[in-house]
Design a protein. Structure first.
Lengths: 513, 306
């Protein structure tokens, strides 16, 4: 009897031990404030994307060093730092001295949270999200890949223009950081001597809060709370005083306004059409090519995803026709049959590695989508190469402009050619990935990834082979998954590269990379 | 004790929760004597047309009717009269009638279990028995757990600790209750980012621990050749997220269910040899899982090995 008792005790303790060994799973990218490779002192002269002049928005001249006003702010900062709570200390560590990466991460998390496709009503019809009533099911937005790509572009461009302006004023006013002015104040991060007026962190906090609140209206309170915590951390970190923060907030609010004004007229509001418009687009393809894509879900979705996203205003490509690929092989043609046969072979004999690739790049519903995946790569490279905030914003802005342009171009091709998916053309075909609600040609994953890889290769040339390999893998993942033909993927890669080249050409005008 | 009775009970317990995970460890109130081996093969077929998204019951025409078939070989043996081992290795196949997602099939999890009898005494016109049982299961192939609902299992190691109490009248009727705590490890997805009430930047998914409780009432008939039992099972995960609106399930979900079952087993001869078993079960409430109904059919063969 006794030995059973010990047996039990032994088992119980092993269960407890197993539990205590479980490590915390990471909920965000693990990085800390770091020393910037270059402070980019001339960034104030870089070309703005949406604005004409770095002084387009005026901020007051800062109080001089030694002035009573600045001394009062320094005293206040010291007081706050001396009373810092452990939660505030955590916030200082979390936001770091390159907080754009955190706001980008928040954007990706919200993109994931809102990336759910509407369920059918009991009568077989489908409801649609309504921007005017975002809290009613299905919640607004449905953050699908086009939505997320566009959201990230506005976020990144606003951040970029805001930081160029901040850098301009920093080097104009040359106000030293609190930890330079007062020996009792220590920087929580690397003491890099970056001028502190206006606060670049505040530009990021406010521009990000404003863009993301417009894009995810139900998250208004959460975003306000994050911005508040971030702004507070700037002073507690010893890198800003309150007038730095106030000036940064002014710029952040203004650049966000410009970005949102552009967003309100970029054509996105018409991208999701009604059924009549959708049918006319389908019929045009039928007349032009003799085939059409049909949604295969039950009940059938009457309209594909954003048929007119291809008409949304592009950032760096002169017009969408400039990057439209040629037509795909007709269903039933020899070229088509060859790629359809390949899909059947993959479905029958998928290797473990091919399955892994298909799932690794799936980035479907309930994820940050392929645009999000590439933003994650950019974040990791930013830290690896220790970029300054303004250089970071530059990478993200050019990459996300290329990504949304790639999405627009891809969607143009999708609805222009209206090409059927493999589950439509191959009888009885089964897949390991869900087939999305839009035509096949060309592959969004391929186009998004190739455009992003093109831009990242420009900024991080050492890693260019890796980016291109990733893009090719992302493209092939859809073929392994059974939801794209090889020609969708291969043409999508070329298309994305062509789109990305426009963004790179624009970046090269600064002559600084 | 009748050894047929023992193996039957063990099998029955195993099958009881196979629709949720894997070959589980016995919950019954029986032991095999030293040197006895029982080999069993059970076929199970269960399906659902509705599933619980959180606690909301819904249909999805892109799944239609989901079916899960399992063929489970199993060996039970008496190490001593008071300690038994159980080994099982199910083969599972899943498919759906609607939509275009491919079903999967393959070897699921290897289950190993040790069971010890710690109480055995006469009480009134019957006897009271107590058992404890430790089980371990581990994926036996590289199946992908992050492919729900089609995945073969939850893809994590599981360590279970169980207590069982049974009171059996000499005339045949019995009453049994069991309770288990199931500690589950983590499973590896093939993507390195997922959402579980927030973003996770890892391919590791935490499969929540669970409790498993069961009460059964049954009796022997026909000179102990036939046994019939009815039981009620309840299963609760300790934590986990809900399936999001019209989205796929994932291994991190909080899975709960309650199920009723009828079970019968028949032996052709009095002592050893061939036996048959059959059962039917039905889930009547649940959370984040398909509302399974299913049946199982099995053959057992028992002999003195050493």
């Amino acid at each position: 009897m006794k030995k059973y008792f010990y047996f039990l005790i032994g088992l119980l303790s092993s269960v407890v031990l197993l539990n205590s060994c479980m490590e915390e799973l990471p909920t965000h990218f693990e990085y800390q404030g770091y020393e910037f490779t270059d402070l980019d002192p001339n960034a104030g002269q870089w070309r703005l994307v949406m604005h004409q002049s770095p002084e387009q928005f005026t901020i007051p001249a800062p109080a001089a060093s030694g002035s009573a006003e600045l001394n009062r702010e320094l005293t206040e900062a010291k007081e706050n730092i001396s009373k810092i709570s452990s939660k505030q200390k955590e916030a200082v560590d979390y936001w770091t001295n390159n907080p754009l990466l955190r706001w980008n991460e928040i954007a990706l998390e919200l993109a994931t949270k809102y990336n759910l496709i509407p369920a059918p009503n009991p009568d077989g019809t489908y409801p649609a999200p309504d921007a005017a009533n975002p809290g009613k099911y299905p919640l607004f937005p449905y953050a699908h890949p086009p939505y997320t790509s566009r959201m990230l572009a506005y976020l990144s461009v606003a951040q970029y223009d805001g930081l160029i302006m901040a850098w301009h004023y920093k080097y104009k006013f040359k106000r030293q950081a609190p930890y330079e002015l007062d020996p009792q104040i220590k920087s929580a991060y690397d003491a890099n001597k970056l001028y502190s007026y206006p606060s670049d962190g505040a530009v990021i906090a406010i521009s990000s809060r404003e863009i993301l609140t417009a894009m995810f209206p139900l998250e208004k309170e959460f975003l306000a709370q994050m911005a508040q915590e971030h702004l507070e951390s700037l002073i507690l970190a010893g890198i800003n005083v309150s007038s730095d923060v106030e000036a940064g907030k002014l710029i952040g609010a203004e650049v966000a306004k410009t970005a949102l004004a552009r967003a309100s007229t970029d054509g996105m509001r018409n991208a999701q059409t009604n059924k009549a418009k959708s049918d006319s687009i389908k019929n045009a393809a039928k007349v032009r090519f003799g085939w059409t894509w049909e949604n295969q879900e039950t009940p059938q979705r009457p309209v594909g995803l954003t048929p007119l996203f291809g008409l949304v205003r592009m950032w760096n490509v002169p017009n969408v026709e400039a990057v439209r690929p040629g037509p795909p092989p007709a269903p039933g043609s020899e070229a088509f049959k060859k790629d359809a046969e390949e899909l059947k072979r993959f479905a029958a004999n998928l290797t473990t590695e091919q399955r892994r690739i298909a799932n690794f790049w799936n980035d479907g519903l309930n994820t940050y989508t392929p645009p999000g995946h590439w933003n994650r790569f950019a974040k990791e490279k930013t830290v690896k190469y220790r970029l300054s905030p303004v250089r970071t914003a530059r990478v993200f802005a050019f990459m996300n402009m290329a990504i949304v342009d790639a999405g627009i171009s891809c969607w143009d091709a999708k609805y222009y050619y209206h090409y059927p998916r493999p589950i439509q053309t191959i009888p009885g075909f089964k897949t390991i990935l869900g087939t999305p609600n839009f035509p096949a040609y060309t592959s969004g994953h391929s186009t998004f990834s190739s455009a992003a890889a093109e831009v990242l290769s420009h900024f991080f040339p050492t890693d260019a082979p890796q980016f291109r390999k990733w893009a090719e893998e992302a493209a092939m993942s859809r073929v392994y998954g059974g939801i794209h033909y090889r020609f969708d993927a291969e043409v999508g890669l070329q298309q994305g590269k062509a789109v990305g080249a426009y963004s790179v050409a624009k970046a090269k005008l600064d002559g600084i990379d | 004790m009748n050894f047929k009775f023992r193996i039957l009970g063990m099998l029955y317990a195993c099958l009881g929760i196979s629709t949720i995970s894997i070959a589980q460890t016995p919950t019954d109130g029986l032991m095999m004597p030293k040197g006895e081996i029982c080999i069993a093969v059970v076929y199970e077929n269960s399906s659902w047309g509705r599933y619980w998204e959180g606690t909301y019951s819904r249909e999805n025409a892109n799944i239609g009717t989901f079916t899960r078939q399992m063929l489970m070989p199993m060996v039970v043996g008496g190490i001593t009269d008071k300690i038994n081992f159980i080994v099982s290795l199910p083969y599972v196949k899943t498919a759906a009638t609607g939509g275009q997602l491919a079903g999967v099939e393959g070897i699921q999890d290897l289950g190993l279990s040790l069971k010890a009898q710690i109480v055995d005494k006469a009480v009134g016109k019957g006897k009271l028995m107590g058992f404890t049982n430790a089980s371990f299961s581990t994926p036996a192939s590289n199946y992908l757990s992050d492919y729900m609902p089609f995945s073969l299992g939850f893809g994590a190691n599981e360590l279970g600790l169980r207590g069982i109490v049974q009171y059996e009248l000499d005339k045949g009727p019995y009453l049994r209750a069991s309770f288990a705590y199931l500690h589950r490890g983590t499973t590896e997805a093939e993507r390195d980012f997922y959402y579980n009430d927030g973003a996770f930047y890892t391919s590791t998914m935490d499969v929540p621990d669970a409790i498993h409780g069961q009460v059964g009432v049954g009796s022997w008939f026909l000179n102990k050749k036939l046994r019939v039992e009815a039981n009620l099972t309840t299963f609760r995960c300790a934590k986990g997220d809900d399936i999001r609106a019209y989205n796929m399930p994932q291994p991190t979900n909080k899975v709960d269910f309650d199920r009723v079952e009828g079970f019968a087993q028949y032996y052709f001869k009095g002592n050893g040899g061939l036996g048959l078993l059959a059962y039917y079960n039905h889930m009547f409430s649940g959370r984040n899982m398909g509302q399974f109904s299913g049946y199982g059919l099995g053959m057992t063969y028992q002999f003195k090995a050493y």
